[in-house]
Design a protein around this ligand. Structure first.
Ligand code: M7G
Length: 176
């Protein structure tokens, strides 16, 4: 049977372990782990991530597919964890896997949810930060599909800026 989706996707799980490097802490979620319960994002421990990326792309800045790219970033106050986080993450997955970005889905590399102490984060990673039209269109579409309130703006950060700043402190290259 022809695959009904355009791409094959890989789910990654990050759990912080101080004895390992950041990269070693990224694990592919294999078929075996599907026999266990895959927790909702809101049930993960602080410090953990899920990443869903196109097959062959690692969920890291250094990957060939990501190195010129950036991410649309949605900051979610911890207080929203019970209410909104799982819905936002699920809708984000549906957008990327369902190729919802009109002609721009080729620009999508993947998406990440970071569970953190104060502010959880959802990032949609795109391939080339210089492709302004596609970056903006993806941002607008994301706003629309996630039904983000017009009072809230979402910002795009270039990975190269995030690498040298720290976490969410990087400047915003685009805003929608
Ligand atoms: P984070 O988990 O993206 O956000 O980055 P946080 O600051 O809210 O926890 C935390 C740290 O993880 C970074 O400062 C890096 O040391 C490491 N890290 C994160 N990412 C996404 C990467 C990556 O793509 N490559 C490498 N080498 N380290 C990363």
């Amino acid at each position: 049977i022809k695959h009904p989706l355009q791409h094959t996707w890989t789910l990654w799980y990050f759990e912080p372990d101080k004895n390992k490097t950041w990269e070693e802490n990224q694990r592919k979620v294999t078929n075996n782990s599907l026999y266990n319960h895959i927790k909702a994002a809101s049930e993960l421990q602080i410090g953990c991530d899920y990443s869903m990326f196109k097959q062959g792309i690692k969920p890291m800045w250094e990957d060939e597919a990501n190195k010129c790219g950036g991410r649309w970033l949605l900051n979610l106050d911890r207080k929203l964890r019970n209410m909104d986080l799982d819905r936002f993450w699920l809708d984000t997955l549906l957008c990327i896997i369902g190729e919802a970005f009109n002609g721009y889905s080729d620009e999508i590399c993947g998406a990440v949810v970071n569970i953190r102490g104060k502010t959880d984060k959802i990032g949609v990673w795109t391939a080339n930060a210089k492709n302004k039209d596609s970056v903006l269109e993806i941002g607008r579409k994301l706003r629309e599909r996630l039904k983000i309130s017009s009072k809230v703006s979402i910002c795009y950060q270039i990975h190269k800026d995030v690498m040298v700043k720290s976490g969410s402190q990087a400047k915003n290259a685009y805003v929608v």
